[in-house]
Ligand binder design. Sequence first.
Ligand code: LLP
Length: 405
Amino acid sequence: MSLDSKQLLSIAQEFGTPVYVYDGDEIVKRYNELYEFITWPKLKIHYAMKANYNFRALKALNKARSGIDAVSPGDVMLALKAGFTPDRIIYTANNVTDEEVRQVKSTGVLMNIGSLSRLEKFGKEFPGSEVCIRFNPDVVDGSHAKIMTGGDLTKFGVLLKDVDKVKAIAEKYDLKVVGLHEHTGSGLQHTESVFKSMENLMAIATPENFPELRFLDFGGGFKVPYEPGEHRVDYIEMGTEITRLFTEYCKKYGRELEMYFEPGKYIVAESGYLLVEVNTIKDNNGRYIVGCNSGFPQLIRPMFYDAYHHIVNLSNPHGKKASYDVCGNICETGDRFAEQRELPEIREGDILSLENAGAYCYAMGGHYNLRPMPPEVFVINGKPELARRGLTAEELVNLITGESK
Ligand code: LLP
């Protein structure tokens, strides 16, 4: 982990708990690293901002010249505010409304369209436009069934076999297909899936089918280790193969196209921590139940995907080990960050750090039980700054009643 226990404890003391902490230097490092793995000179990384839309993180990535994968008008608005120019943003939303399409189109951001019916409507309203088409890569992978995006069971993308239908609609409305896209899933378990999806997309991305291509976008999904001892994918090896496959493809296509990837997790997951404080300990006939001052609406991944988040007892690292259920403060039995987790003795008042909390943690948060989301602290050059304050319970209530000014 990139921030040490001493730093985290002092942040907990200064800003209170619960609190989200991000290491900004780690985020930029992870982003830059991708260019070392994949050496194709026309590589462009579009950060999937759904993973973490912290404004400081976005600004840091904009400064590093990243692009953005946006999934809603709100995403686009925020990315523009962070300084991303429309030419560096791709809009890959699904099941969109006409109104939403108009709103995003008017910003000049490129639309990535993943259904024949939307393509038809888009063509009718905006003939002659540039467009990107999202295909379903027909490869099934991901760290949980809920986040696999390829294959017949998902709602995403146009089936590869419908490529002629895409061409017909594009021709009818004089649409210029400048990019093709696929995304296989999040937390891809096998590097072969990345290669297979690339090959499936490249097979239809011929100059005969799509003569005006500028780029192919192979989505995100790069896995990061969450559990101690879990191996880190050899990204140098994977990147080398990606570059090789794409070089071969471009030779056949007849031009050097741009290659896009749009990772979220890889860039931000490991930068984040949720610091919580223990306030209750129960001994249920030998089963230790720990209660802390946060809960699943503030970090839902364990409850939602059975995801593992490593926990460190910052304030008692050398305590005698025992097994604990680490629970939150929400009125549901499943409100657990960890079950029967071996940890150094936990005492009331201890500060626990939930690690790898940079991706899809704050971003998936909510106010269930009317507990406001925690503040977010952003550490840059080793210096912590408040990036976003939390609402007070009163402010939250005023939003609900309409009394907020
Ligand atoms: N591109 C598209 C079209 C996507 O749908 C996604 C993620 C990404 C890129 C970025 O994937 P990543 O590199 O972050 O794996 N909430 C889940 C993950 C949901 C991913 C949704 N789409 C989780 O907490 O594991």
